[in-house]
Design a protein around this ligand. Structure first.
Ligand code: ADP
Ligand code: NA
Length: 330
């Protein structure tokens, strides 16, 4: 049987991915290549919903792609591309905007949250219609499955509604995507405030591990991570959020299960755990950074890889768009 098709994207809005991005999402991208037909993109169209410096955006787009390659996204197995290189996303988005109720779009809570932060007068219309572009991203590839975290559930629901509505109105056109709940996705917490999630925007510099920062700096952050006053190394997110977070990171990077780690550290102290985890992390990021650098040393080759990915993506996207245009009477 044909493999199910999966689509996912990440924004080029930081100089580096962070450990939460990797352990919570990108690691699954790599694994899904074994079982699914995978489409992965750097979503630069989504990035400009808030103001971006053009030079910085262009650089971050390439660095994002280089990081995906260095993490194990294989451009032969996956279509790896930059969203703006496939114009059909924006073209389908317009058609879908015309299928979306204003009230329906207004109920998207992520817009409300983000607009509240920026002030509604300053928030762009693009930020408002962002979930519709996201629906286009998914539907243009007839994706069966979309890996989603809790914060994206409502947007996937909109994609499903739009697919079903369009199909009812114009005849079967789109695959209705299902959420792909990935097992073993780790939620990673801020090292300095282990009750809030590690995040590029909300974490303090010492609470956030950036994959491209100096590994010595990362090691230091691990060694100075906040832990509680007890001494036993046990996984207990309620009572021991800091230690539990370190165990989650350790397990994800090293392959041992949390119970195996608990057993290995029985009778040892937090200092031992942090010291060892710092080493494991350095051993992971050092060769990763070398691979990223080698991709960035040959930008022409990197751009060629991305052009090849866009070509593969367009072959599918153009077919869907042609059908959609025909259906609506263009
Ligand atoms: P951020 O929250 O830092 O702005 P994004 O929202 O751009 O990161 O997230 C990109 C991907 O990384 C999403 O799939 C998101 O679920 C995942 N992700 C981000 N932070 C974490 C975290 N702390 N733990 C697990 N996954 C995370
Ligand atoms: Na976020």
């Amino acid at each position: 049987p044909a493999r199910l098709r999966v689509l996912s994207g990440i924004q080029p809005t930081a100089d580096s991915f962070h450990l939460g991005n990797y352990l919570g999402a990108l690691r699954q991208w790599v694994l899904l290549q074994d079982t699914h037909e995978t489409y992965y993109m750097v979503v630069d169209l989504h990035a400009i919903t808030v103001e971006q410096d053009p030079k910085v955006l262009r650089q971050r787009t390439r660095v994002s792609a280089a990081q995906l390659l260095a993490l194990g996204v294989d451009p032969e197995r996956s279509a790896l591309f930059v969203q703006s290189h496939v114009p059909e996303h924006a073209q389908l988005s317009w058609v879908l905007e015309c299928q979306t109720g204003f009230g329906e779009a207004s109920r998207m809570t992520q817009f409300k949250d983000k607009a509240a932060k920026q002030g509604t007068d300053h928030a762009s219309v693009g930020l408002f219609t962002y979930p519709i572009l996201q629906a286009a991203d998914i539907l243009i590839y007839q994706a069966n499955a979309v890996p989603v975290g809790e914060d994206q559930r409502q947007h996937l629901e909109l994609s499903r509604n739009l697919a079903q509505r369009f199909n009812r109105r114009y005849g079967k056109t789109f695959t209705v995507p299902e959420p792909h709940i990935v097992k073993d996705t780790a939620k990673i917490f801020d090292l300095q405030d282990p009750t809030s999630k590690m995040s590029k925007s909300a974490s303090s510099p010492n609470g956030l591990i950036e994959l491209l920062e100096d590994p010595k700096r990362s090691a230091k952050k691990i060694r100075s991570a906040v832990t509680d006053t007890g001494r036993d190394i046990v996984f207990d997110p309620e009572e021991k959020a800091g230690v539990s977070n370190l165990l989650t990171i350790y397990s994800a990077l090293d392959g041992r299960t949390v119970p195996e780690l608990e057993a290995a550290y029985a009778g040892k102290g937090y200092g031992d755990l942090k010291k060892d985890l710092a080493e494991v992390l350095v051993e992971f990021v050092t060769p990763f950074q070398e691979r990223v650098q080698s991709y960035l040393d040959d930008v022409a080759e990197l751009d060629k890889v991305l052009a090849h990915g866009a070509e593969r993506a367009r072959a599918v996207a153009a077919e869907t768009l042609a059908l959609v245009y025909d259906r609506v009477g263009f």
